[in-house]
Design a protein around this ligand. Structure first.
Ligand code: HGY
Ligand code: MN
Ligand code: MN
Length: 444
């Protein structure tokens, strides 16, 4: 069922888009949107979002991992807590919506709720739950090569080894936290409140599916597992003009090139698998020098972990073959090995029901992109609502969303909260599910 794009969108939808574009101006590189973990520009993002959060009646803090946390208290202390969040960091030369849209939409939901209940003096929405909107400090993993630093802190898994990771300037995660004016010793206070019982993440789809279906919204049943690796091809730098072609050359870039084509070919022939060599660096490269050392990244994803793992074994062999053929060596390391995550089926069904009640079909789909929800889901039942991405383009400055789709997401979010507000038994189920997750984790 495709939906007309002509549905009217409220001023709130246009405001949400405008706010995302305003936040996108805060960047560590002028003229583009590049904002990595706790870059100085994050202070400005925190200030702008905090202003909107406080104006909506929320208490605001920044936790020791640099997550921005806005809380609208429920009717009574320790009321069940609904988390709504996504990430504030971006890839290099990003668009204006990946991550940040989920945070701005969370704030807009609270504004809608409090605006509807605004009395002369205070915001008093009398909600049977607390709402916590979270802007995670790092999901992309660009600065330290390890993603999800913010959501790992939320579930208490930003561990000592991770704090020691260093960026390309030798700055550790712990020092980056201190440089931002925070204290790593305070990380335990970043752990999600035990009253949390549900997590909702709005996010652009970042792919072509909803666009091809002519739909505004999708709900995510599974987030594909992903592995991020680094391969180092070690050959022999030599003179490009005097070294004959063939056995005397140890050309690391030629070996990497053969491997990259093999990766692409295998992935193309394996249904549902994606494999990407996104970055290749020739160490000390020059046009008249045969490449001696090449570092290449590899990103492999699939909804089934066993398919992803056999693909990785194949790629390691292919690298070995390309190196051995040239009398060279190759090594590899893994910076992320994240299993596929099924999101909570009850909460996702409730979200799909909310979309229907808001007048929108929600397409059930797999997410090829990773999201904070796959981390939060370890502790709290989680669900994701996807918004159509114009032309399926993302991780690109031209990334875009339609006002009509933002409107659909906002209406769905309000219906989602209304269902939880009206159906106490439903809320109790998610509270029970959360404590079950905690027990499973304690026994793990
Ligand atoms: O790359 C991803 O999966 C996401 O954009 N972090
Ligand atoms: Mn991204
Ligand atoms: Mn994202």
């Amino acid at each position: 069922m495709s939906e007309s794009r002509s549905d009217a969108a409220s001023p709130r939808a246009y405001q949400i888009i405008a706010r995302c574009r305003e936040l996108a101006l805060y960047s560590e590189v002028a003229g583009e949107t590049t904002r990595t973990f706790l870059a100085p520009s994050t202070h400005s993002v925190h200030a702008l979002l905090s202003g909107w959060m406080k104006a909506a009646g929320m208490q605001v803090r920044v936790d020791a991992a640099g997550n921005l946390r806005g809380v609208l208290a429920g009717e009574w202390p320790n009321a069940p807590r609904i988390l709504i969040g996504s990430h504030l960091d971006t890839v290099a030369q990003a668009g204006a919506f990946d991550g940040i849209l989920g945070v701005v939409l969370g704030v807009a939901l609270v504004e809608e709720l409090t605006a509807r209940s605004h009395t002369a003096t205070t915001f008093d929405p009398k909600l049977p739950f607390t709402i916590e909107v979270i802007g995670f400090s790092d999901e992309e993993g660009v600065r330290f090569g390890k993603p999800f630093l913010g959501s790992l802190a939320l579930i208490g898994e930003l561990d000592a080894a991770t704090l020691l990771l260093t960026d390309r300037n030798g700055v550790s995660v712990a020092d980056a936290i201190r440089d931002f004016g925070l204290d790593p010793a305070e990380l335990p206070a970043a752990i999600v409140d035990k009253s949390a019982c549900a997590y909702l993440e709005f996010h652009i789809e970042q792919g072509p599916v909803l666009e091809s279906e002519g739909l505004s919204l999708g709900v995510v049943d599974t987030i594909a597992g992903q592995t991020r690796m680094q391969f180092i091809f070690t050959g022999q730098a030599n003179h490009a003009g005097t070294t004959p072609m063939g056995a005397q050359r140890r050309d690391a870039l030629a070996a990497a090139a053969q491997w990259i084509v093999a990766v692409e070919q295998y992935a193309t022939e394996c249904a549902g698998l994606v494999a990407t060599v996104g970055k290749v660096e020739t160490l000390g490269g020059a046009s008249n020098v045969i490449a001696g050392n090449v570092v290449a990244t590899l990103d492999v994803r699939h909804a089934l972990d066993k398919v992803r793992r056999s693909a990785i074994a194949h790629f390691i062999n292919a690298a070995q073959t390309a190196a051995t053929a040239r009398g060279m060596t190759v090594t590899h390391s893994t910076s992320l090995d994240q299993t596929a995550v099924d999101l909570d089926s009850d909460l996702t069904a409730l979200l799909a029901d909310a979309a229907t009640r808001a007048g929108h079909a929600a397409h059930w789909m797999i997410s090829g992109a990773g999201h904070d929800a796959m981390i939060v889901a370890r502790r709290v039942p989680s669900a994701m609502l996807f918004l159509r991405t114009a032309a399926g383009l993302s991780h690109h400055p031209d990334e875009n969303v339609l006002p009509v789709d933002v409107e659909a997401a906002l209406a769905t979010g309000l219906e989602f909260l209304q269902i939880l507000r009206d159906d106490k038994a439903m809320l109790k189920r998610f509270i029970a599910l959360t404590s079950q997750l905690k027990q499973e984790d304690n026994h793990a």
